[in-house]
Design a protein around this ligand. Structure first.
Ligand code: THU
Length: 138
């Protein structure tokens, strides 16, 4: 798993927290932010955006991902993801977000997410070990 410098972790934490303040979550009240760190050092953030249909809601991680690709293309790999939750609740990335991230993350990218009382860091491949992907061919 990639080891991040303390200042990089702090930069991601501040970015994810700031993104979470923009969450549109009138239905769940659950305000989530995500910050993606790319291999070139750039950081792209996103927040959850809910919809009255409920099922059309998009999570913070996927918002960040599609924003990054829309603005800067899909050539760079993600080396770290930081998730923030303004409700101080456990907030692991959901399966849909992990599957979408799997297309663009380094296999051992470090994923930081809030547990009930602290932050957990895990390599991506431990969170979604059997992602639907072409890794097995690599
Ligand atoms: N949510 C995220 O933003 N990321 C996740 O990985 C899990 C869930 C959001 C979606 C919804 O707006 C709220 O949290 C409650 O599920």
């Amino acid at each position: 798993m990639a080891e991040l410098a303390p200042e990089t972790i702090e930069r991601l934490r501040v970015a994810a927290d700031a993104a979470a303040t923009n969450a549109y979550a009138p239905y769940s009240g659950f305000r989530v932010g995500a910050a993606l760190l790319f291999e070139d050092g750039t950081v792209v953030t996103g927040c959850n955006v809910e919809n009255i249909s409920y099922s059309l809601t998009i999570c913070a991680e996927r918002t960040a991902l599609v924003r990054a690709i829309a603005t800067e293309g899909a050539t760079r790999k993600i080396v770290a993801v930081m998730i923030a939750n303004l409700n101080h609740a456990a907030s692991s990335p959901c399966g849909a977000c992990l599957q979408m991230l799997s297309e663009f993350v380094e296999h051992d990218a470090v994923i930081w997410f809030p547990a009930a009382n602290d932050m957990i860091q895990k390599p991506f491949h431990e969170l979604l070990p059997y992602a639907f992907s072409n890794w097995q061919k690599e």
